[in-house]
Design a protein around this ligand. Structure first.
Ligand code: F6P
Length: 376
């Protein structure tokens, strides 16, 4: 059994903290690589610093409810199988904002005080929150209100957080979408069809663009670049003129109709669930070209399953660095990936910068250079 060492660290505010116990939670939509991050945090905290690590269940909910809902993480419970597994062993939610928390009757109240009390009741010296922009905003608000020591790790398949080149989950989502194109291409070719693949990503087109390039798409449509149906049908006709009997189109879920209307499945407050643009486009394109069209909405398979190697590496590096930040008493920071290494930035800076596709960047130039139509 490892000796428990107490690390005395100085926080940014100049306060001395004796770190013995840290918490970790995953919040927002799950993605591949979360368990690898939890494992890295647990290993670093126990092996290097001799701390206790508490895994908080179901996002912030585990510290709001009574009794508190958590488990102690150990080297045994976080073995290397966790590198290979999808989802999050701690559970997650994208529906339970502590400042607007639903009770059993569906009424919403501010439970931030309970969360802060839960952090103290569990005896936490610091908390690592793994989440996207929405979760980080909430966690930071809680940390500011309660004077909690917070470090965050970026995760989102959408890859729309500022100041980090990649977030956990994005590389695997791109792999899954690319594999879908690999599988759609032969069936499209066999049946002389135009296939549309609709991918996730919310308001950013990163998954569509990367997977489209990697998977040999003919047309990629992203929210950042307005398209015209004429350009799309012209591209399909030009492929036919060259003797191509099929075409592959990738469309990001937040691409709008030609007259600028978002295509949504549902809307709860400001939170929309996108879905359906692929089918909309299929109808429009076949009406003009007469093409035999099929649409595949890839959905949540982009989030689940085994993380790819890049996600495991990213998650491991992020987890180790996040624990080291706590050891140094550096709080209110998000770990980030920049220029081949892990760095850390103020959480606020990362969430304030929505990272959409750079329409003048390398990826767009690459797509255009390959003759891929972006619909414009
Ligand atoms: O933000 C991640 C994400 O997967 C988006 O790409 C997608 O629009 C959304 O979450 C789906 O959310 P839910 O899991 O609530 O359906």
């Amino acid at each position: 059994m490892k000796r428990v060492v107490s690390y005395s660290v100085m926080s940014d505010s100049g306060e001395k903290t004796l770190v013995k116990k840290i918490g970790v939670l995953t919040s927002g939509g799950d993605c591949a690589g979360l368990n690898a991050a939890i494992r890295a945090i647990t290993y670093r905290a126990i092996q290097t610093y001799g701390w206790h690590v508490m895994g908080i269940h179901n996002g912030t909910t585990g510290l709001i409810v009574r009794p508190l809902d958590y488990e102690e993480l150990t080297l045994e419970s976080c073995n290397s199988m966790m590198m290979r597994s999808g989802g999050t062993m701690l559970g997650s939610t994208n529906k339970t904002d502590p400042f607007n928390f639903p009770d059993a009757q569906g009424e919403r109240t501010d439970r931030s005080v309970d969360f802060i009390a839960g952090y103290r009741e569990l005896g936490l010296d610091a908390l690592i929150g793994i989440g996207g922009d929405g979760s980080m905003r909430i966690l930071r608000h809680l940390a500011q209100q309660g004077g909690l020591n917070l470090v965050t790790i970026p995760k989102t398949i959408d890859n729309d957080l500022g100041h980090t080149e990649s977030a956990i989950g994005y590389p695997t989502a791109v792999e899954v979408a690319t594999e879908a194109l690999d599988r759609l291409q032969p069936t499209a070719a066999s049946h002389q069809r135009v296939m549309i693949l609709e991918v996730m990503g919310r308001d950013a087109g990163h998954i569509a663009l990367s997977a489209g390039i990697a998977g040999g798409a003919d047309i990629i449509l992203i929210p950042e670049i307005p398209y015209s149906l004429d350009k799309i049908t012209q591209k399909i006709s030009s492929l036919a003129d060259l003797g191509r009997t099929f075409a592959l189109i990738v469309v990001a879920e937040a691409v709008k109709t030609e007259n600028g209307k978002p295509v949504v499945l549902s809307q709860e407050g400001s939170r929309v669930r996108y879905g359906g643009i692929g089918h909309y486009l299929a109808d429009k394109i076949s009406a003009v070209t007469g093409a035999d069209m099929r649409t595949m909405v890839l959905g949540h398979v982009q989030r689940g399953g085994q993380p790819c190697a890049q996600d495991r590496i990213l998650a491991s590096a992020f987890g180790v660095h996040a624990v080291d930040l706590i050891a140094k008493g550096k709080f209110d920071r998000m770990v980030a990936w920049k220029n081949r290494q892990v760095v850390d930035v103020p959480i606020m800076e990362a969430i304030e910068q929505f990272q959409e596709v750079d329409t003048k960047g390398t990826m767009i130039r690459t797509a255009r250079g390959l003759g891929i139509s972006l619909g414009d």
